[in-house]
Design a protein around this ligand. Structure first.
Ligand code: IMP
Ligand code: MG
Length: 178
């Protein structure tokens, strides 16, 4: 099935407001400390770039990037998780926040957190913009959540369908085309 851009689920204004709120919480929690923000490529790029600007100069923000195998051209998870690009920094003894676009089954984030915990960071937390809570099969403990959303395939603000639509400024429902 092919998908196009459907109705807006979360507007630009609502996204901005929520990202500011999450940034302020992180600033309060890590003021004066150094934190490595681990962006899960590619979907979390747009969220990360807005989030760190909301965190502001009170936190010593460092960035790193991780890529795992993705959905490909399907809207359902293949269930396969594999590292495609690893971090470039050593996170041993450092404070780490994983930044991800969406938490669905939990497979990706439970895999990533287990992997990063083995490297012995000083602390490890997760920040996700969207949570499809009803789809969870793997338990994942998330400290910072933006929005809990229904089980709909969404696009925009970094999220893709078949590598398209990441540039949309709002979050839309992906709509099946005739
Ligand atoms: P999980 O491993 O099932 O939790 O899936 C998480 C990953 O699936 C996310 O990083 C996204 O890349 C992708 N994903 C899950 N739901 C959606 C969606 O509605 N739109 C776009 N990507 C999604
Ligand atoms: Mg993703």
């Amino acid at each position: 099935m092919e998908y196009g851009i459907g109705r807006i689920l979360i507007s630009e204004d609502k996204l901005k407001e929520k990202v500011a709120e999450l940034g302020a919480r992180i600033r309060r929690d890590y003021r004066g400390q150094q934190v490595i923000f681990v962006c899960v490529l590619k979907g979390a790029v747009v969220f990360l770039s807005d989030l760190v600007r909301e965190v502001g100069p009170e936190v010593d923000v460092r960035l790193d990037f991780l890529a795992i195998s993705s959905y490909g051209a399907s809207t359902k998870s293949s269930g396969v998780v594999k590292i495609q690009k690893d971090l470039s920094s050593d996170i041993h003894g450092r404070h780490v926040i994983i930044v991800e676009d969406i938490l669905d089954t939990g497979l990706s984030l439970s895999y990533i957190s287990k992997l990063l915990l083995e490297r012995d960071p000083a602390s490890l937390e997760i920040c996700v913009l969207l949570d499809k809570a009803e789809r969870r099969t793997q338990p994942v403990e998330v400290k910072y959540t933006g929005f809990t959303i229904p089980d709909e395939f969404v696009i925009g603000y970094g999220l893709d369908y078949a590598a398209q639509f990441r540039q949309l400024p709002a979050i839309h429902i992906a709509e099946p085309l005739e």
